[in-house]
Design a protein around this ligand. Structure first.
Ligand code: IPM
Ligand code: MN
Length: 351
């Protein structure tokens, strides 16, 4: 297979972790006779520095023309405490999601047998956890009307959803549930929010099209609690943008390190693969960040191309590296800490 991949390394540790995913993907391509053409493009603070814009038009063209986008991380501390900054790296991410139509963010949470005791939760609570949160990504309060009134003394952000936006996300949720344990949980705040009531009504109306899927409806506050009490009781969760943002960060620590969890953002046309962690600026340039979330994101990318054997090989070699202690400092716990690049080299040479 011939694959054209846009490579958006972004900020902080982005370039370092992306390098390892490229090494691993190239090793897979070599072994299975695929050809990958990587096209780098600018995004985030790096793009602001170069062209004054976090998601330049040239980058959008590269992404549109590619079969998929592999993305590192975005964000720089110099913007974080400056409320007056007009251009922010994160705006690039939001613009990219919107312009590429990436309406569904797929964030799995699973445990690694060799890391189970590194989780902040007790082993018996998390064993068997294998869930996917499908977060709506181009609607809700992230993209609703916002502003100030009353001479700047009142601020507002609006959460808006259309039936169509809910349906297309829920459809992905039902379809995903059908390939898994046929359990779907719709997470909302329908006891308070009108937009949540539309979510519930819309998903309820779709139930008849998927008679085998058992659907439950839960409030987001209760889910926040149950996710740390019994994460293994969930399978596929669908939810709106902001609830999904919060719940996916919560879920990401279950596995033991935030540096482990991959994600995919998909739409009708484009798809993007990225680690769920941020740009970790303190570690930038030090060759210490954990590259596995990005490597595992590349595995989802291969899977989405229908290359399941290739995806599985990546997952196997990652498991092998963890079992053999070829890990970066976040997982080393007094043992030898390998460099980001060493982990990447090891993975590539074990494929
Ligand atoms: C994420 C991030 C982004 C979001 C930020 C950086 C805008 O937290 O991908 O989850 O809130 O969506
Ligand atoms: Mn987030």
């Amino acid at each position: 297979m011939k694959l054209n991949i846009a490579l958006l390394a972004g900020d902080g540790i982005g370039p370092e972790v992306i390098d390892q995913a490229v090494k691993v993907s190239n090793a897979i391509a070599k072994k299975y006779n695929h050809e990958i053409n990587w096209t780098p493009a600018l995004t985030g603070a790096a793009a602001i520095d170069a062209v004054g814009e976090p998601y330049p038009d040239e980058t959008h063209e590269v992404c549109k023309a590619a079969d998929a986008v592999l993305f590192g991380a975005i964000g720089h501390p110099r913007f974080d405490n400056d409320p007056s900054a007009k251009v922010r790296p994160e705006q690039g991410l939001l613009k990219m999601r919107q312009k590429l139509g990436l309406f569904a963010n797929v964030r799995p949470t699973f445990t690694f047998p060799s890391l189970i005791d590194k989780s902040p939760l007790k082993r018996e609570r998390i064993e068997g956890t294998d869930l996917v949160i499908l977060r709506e990504l181009t609607g809700g309060v992230y993209f609703g009307e916002r502003g100030r009134k009353d001479d700047g003394n009142t601020a507002f952000d609006t959460m808006t959803y259309t039936r169509h936006e809910i349906q297309r996300l829920a459809k992905k949720g039902f379809e995903l549930a059908m390939t898994r344990s046929k359990k779907l949980c719709c997470v909302d705040k329908a006891n308070v929010l009108e937009s949540s009531r539309l979510w519930r009504e819309t998903v309820q109306a779709m139930e008849k099209d998927y008679p085998e899927v058992e659907v439950s409806y839960e409030f987001v506050d209760a889910v926040a609690m149950r996710l740390v009490q019994w994460p293994s009781s969930y399978d596929v969760i669908i939810t709106e943008n902001l609830f999904g943002d919060i719940l996916t960060d919560e879920a990401s620590v279950i596995s033991g390190s935030m540096g482990l969890m991959p994600s995919a953002s998909v739409g009708e046309e484009a798809s993007l693969y990225e680690p769920i962690h941020g740009s970790y600026p303190q570690a930038a340039g030090k060759d210490i960040a954990n590259p596995l979330a990005t490597v595992l994101s590349a595995a989802i990318m291969f899977e989405d191309f229908g290359l399941t054997e290739e995806a599985q090989e990546i997952r196997n070699v990652v498991n092998k590296s963890l079992a053999e202690g070829i890990v970066t400092e976040d997982l080393a716990e007094g043992g030898k800490a390998y460099k980001t690049s060493e982990v990447g080299d090891w993975l590539a040479s074990n494929i």
